[in-house]
Design a protein around this ligand. Structure first.
Ligand code: NAD
Ligand code: UD1
Length: 347
């Protein structure tokens, strides 16, 4: 019996695959590599010294996806696959709705058909919109401001309806806060396409000299230094949270939502200072206008995950900065460089 990991070649998926394999799970990965590279999976295998089956399959390709279910004994699904860029989702909303929502519906149809009813789903703290106060508990009201966020909220609702229609389903909705960091080996990490939108990949690109300076989006928020406060969580802690959620869905039926964060809020300047301290790299920055759609403060109350999953994030901001830097330093062009080297070596 195996765990199907959709989007397993992506940033969070690849780190979760490592933790799953290290804990003795058999895994099967499905990814269309629209935002990742097969090289990430090779490195998962290299790090864990374990092999696993992977399929280059799009969730929207119902026939190809059904083959995956037909050819394997799947016990549970961890569903990471989705498009995740907020700005892009405003520009091409239909692509986001089709990929994320239709993809999930098709996946669930096959899970139902093959009687696989254990599901862990990647949601996001974005479903809280502008929270009234912090820390945020799972019962806060939900509202979203962009198509990406709406796909997450709609999928949460679809999965709620699915469970209502058939209470044999066992589902965990994981609302991630801000995942950063990388595997401590420096072999896998976040490999964004083009100019990074998110803070940590932008900082690491400034540190490596690819970008001149960081633009800090506003210093007039109601926070300790005026810059935006977020709950940054190490991707390895996040990956471990998935294993705890998986244990839960395999041992009960029902549907539950969990915040996965550290419960600590750090400002943009806190992150810059911590990064400079642990890496000895200077991060020049300029204060610019607020980014449209941004909020001042966002951090989690993680009591529910602590109690009901027996999970707690343990890595601190310095670990996150150190590991992000190691990944960036060792892979200045992400996963592509190694492929180039391999090609050159073969010529
Ligand atoms: P990622 O883009 O690195 O990984 C997603 C993977 O899914 C990629 O490998 C991509 O190729 C694949 N994929 C996308 N559409 C697919 C499809 N139709 N069929 C097959 N594969 C497909 O993103 P990530 O940061 O690892 O995020 C994983 C999940 O967590 C996403 O659903 C994302 O929305 C959610 N999430 C991420 C963050 C974050 O900050 N990274 C925060 C909250 C929630
Ligand atoms: C963003 C998305 C959110 C998504 C999350 C994870 C927006 C408005 N929100 O969240 O929906 O779930 O990513 O993918 O895009 N910052 C800078 N300069 C930069 C980049 C960021 O100052 O170049 C600041 C931001 O203003 C914010 C903090 O850094 O205060 C974190 O930003 P980011 O990493 O983009 O995450 P979120 O905005 O929390």
């Amino acid at each position: 019996m195996a765990i199907l990991v959709t989007g397993g070649a992506g940033y969070i998926g690849s780190h979760t695959c490592v933790e799953l394999l290290n804990s003795g799970y058999e895994i099967i990965v499905v990814d269309n590599f629209s935002n990742s590279k097969p090289e990430a999976l090779k490195r998962v295998s290299e790090l864990t010294k374990k092999s696993f089956i992977s399929y280059e399959v799009d969730l929207l390709d119902h026939i190809a996806l059904e083959n995956v279910f037909r050819e394997n004994h799947i016990e549970a699904v961890i569903h990471f696959a989705g498009l995740k860029a907020v700005g892009e989702s405003v520009e091409i909303p239909l692509r986001y709705y089709h990929n994320n929502i239709t993809g999930t519906v098709l996946l669930c149809e096959l899970m139902q058909k093959y009687n696989v009813k254990n599901l862990v789903f990647s949601s996001s703290a974005t479903v809280y919109g502008t929270p009234k106060y912090v820390p945020i508990t799972e019962d806060f009201s939900l509202q979203t401001t962009n198509p990406y966020g709406r796909t997450k909220l709609m999928i949460e609702e679809i999965l709620g309806d699915l469970h209502l229609s058939d209470n044999n389903w066992s589902i965990a909705l994981l609302r991630y806060f801000n995942p950063i960091g990388a595997h401590e080996s420096g072999r896998i990490g976040e490999d964004p396409n083009g100019i990074p939108n998110n803070l940590m990949p932008y900082i690491t690109q400034v540190a490596i000299g690819k970008r001149e300076h960081l633009n800090i989006f506003g210093n007039d928020y109601d926070t300790h230094d005026g810059t935006g406060v977020r709950d940054y969580i190490h991707v390895i802690d996040l990956a471990k949270g998935h294993l705890k959620a998986l244990e839960k869905v395999m041992n009960r039926t029902g549907i539950d939502t969990f915040n996965l964060g550290t419960g600590i809020g750090y400002s943009v300047l806190d992150v810059v200072k911590s990064y400079e301290k642990v890496t000895s790299q200077k991060i020049p920055y300029k204060i610019t206008q607020r980014r449209s759609g941004d909020i001042g403060k966002c951090y989690a109350d993680t009591t529910k995950a602590n109690k009901e999953l027996g999970w707690k994030a343990i890595k601190n901001l310095e670990d996150m900065c150190q590991d992000s830097w190691r990944w960036q330093k060792n892979n200045p062009d992400g996963y592509t460089e190694e492929i180039k080297e391999l090609v050159e070596n073969h010529n």
